[in-house]
Design a protein around this ligand. Sequence first.
Ligand code: ATP
Ligand code: MN
Ligand code: MN
Length: 297
Amino acid sequence: MQARAAAMNDPHKAPISHPERVIFPDAGYTKGQLAGYYEAVGSLMLPFVATRPMSLVRCPQGQGKRCFFQKHDNGAFGPDVHHIPIREKDGGLEDYIYIDDGAGILACVQMGTIEFHVWGSRIDDVEAPDRMIFDLDPDDGLDFAVVTRAAEDIRDRLAGLGLTSFAMLSGGKGVHVVVPLVPGHSWDAHRDFAKRFAEALARAEPERFIATMSKARRKGRIFIDWLRNQRGSTAVAPYSVRARDGAPVAVPVTWPELRKMDNAHPYALVDADVLLKRGRAKGLDGWGVADQGLPES
Ligand code: ATP
Ligand code: MN
Ligand code: MN
């Protein structure tokens, strides 16, 4: 009930209603625990979510019940959740959601949000992406060691192009390889670069990688999902809880840590203290930060 107490002390923060409501039925975790988690890890999470257009996975009846992906504001989030009009493909403007502080995160939780997904650009210039993500989606049944090795190979190939990258466990099945970039290129340039990179890898090692979404052709391979790098795409944010059994969390890891992992969901909502301690430790304090631009090609 930590979240509720803190919210009560700050009139700007909407209190969490029904903190006792069970949101994760298998594990028995409540809405109050979910809010407590996000309040605890807010300082770690905010640098990666604040001022980015956001999509939310909301599950008002709890995980396992009907969840939906929400991109646009419906006006019900209150003053801590902000709007940014963004041009849609059809030319019209739509209000997207963004937050800039912990109160914003909690306002989303109050509305039944479990997962936070963000754009690869910020509200000051949504047309100028500042990161690239290679989302490694393994075929069912692939050993996780195969996935970590693939992530390392992608890291090495990126390093060959002068790019530093970082690994995140998705909290689901795969790993995201994250490349921070100084803004300065268009979405099309990012998309094309990511596509060419993934296709080159799939061509070089067709028995390991595939660069098309086809599940049927994934057999025993890893899909390098470069589509996260298109304008309007999102990826799950670091430290977001996932709406999956056990309330796993998306977690940044160091490359040496990644090698020791047996799955993409070693941490969960109840591990906030552990995550805080490790998130502030040397090795992770600079995670996701690098002063580098997209190579000219
Ligand atoms: P996993 O490791 O299990 O693949 P993931 O978060 O990478 O976890 P994906 O299925 O690969 O999951 O999805 C990649 C991204 O696509 C998500 O993080 C999310 O931002 C976006 N996405 C997922 N579902 C939707 C949806 N219904 N509408 C729009 N975007 C979605
Ligand atoms: Mn994925
Ligand atoms: Mn994917």
